[in-house]
Design a protein around this ligand. Structure first.
Ligand code: M6P
Ligand code: ZN
Length: 193
């Protein structure tokens, strides 16, 4: 409920973000849950994914969408929680995407847990940036981005992107990233896909 005190023009904010967890509450907050059944052909071991409990949650996204998707020069603000787990020896991760408008950048920042931000340029060079509580990531325009939970608990990170950036999932679904984060001897290794 928005409380308006018209006597002095001071109002309560319409939405809140819990700093410790990134949890959003209030107006115009949407929630999306991605389960193993929603992530066909994302992980290298598709045969193993198919055999796992399909309802298992891989990640959850909350986003504050104050304007309609596609609005020029508006901003969106989101929190993503990637659960701990693996498909075979590949860590749980997001689908990954480019932006429909290829000149749109994005900020990510670490809130909790241990992760990697997988980045790939147009020449298919892939590298991984460490994510942890307090890490800040400027994702340049035209760089494909995917986040990976390499820790032993949840990975939580925040994001802020332009409301007309859009998501282009097709290229990643078709060609993937050129490298994957695979656990070997208990450690994450970036290996060619
Ligand atoms: C971040 C933002 C969102 C994105 C989400 C999950 O919160 O970049 O735009 O939707 O991560 O990533 P994906 O869409 O690749 O599954
Ligand atoms: Zn993005």
């Amino acid at each position: 409920m928005v409380k308006v005190n018209w006597m002095n023009g001071i109002i309560e904010p319409k939405v809140n973000v819990e700093i410790e967890s990134g949890k959003l509450s209030g107006e115009k907050v949407i929630e999306v849950t991605k389960r193993l059944k929603d992530l066909e052909n994302i992980f290298s071991a598709e045969n193993i994914r198919k055999e796992m409990t399909q309802d298992k949650i891989v990640y959850e996204v909350q986003a504050h969408l104050p304007v309609a998707e596609g609005t020029a020069a508006g901003l969106f603000f989101g929190t993503t929680i990637i659960h701990q787990g693996k498909v075979g020896n590949e860590y749980f991760m997001t689908k990954g995407h480019l932006h429909k408008k290829s000149d749109r950048a994005e900020y990510y920042w670490g809130i909790k847990g241990e992760g990697m931000l997988l980045l790939m340029d147009r020449d298919r060079n892939t590298w991984a940036e460490k994510m942890y509580k307090g890490s800040l990531h400027y994702i340049d325009a035209d760089i494909a981005h995917r986040t990976v939970n390499i820790g032993d608990g949840k990975l939580i990170f925040g994001a802020c992107w332009l409301s007309d950036a859009g998501h282009n999932y097709d290229e990643i679904l078709m060609n993937g990233f050129s490298a994957r984060l695979i656990e070997k001897d208990g450690k994450p290794n970036l290996v060619p896909a």
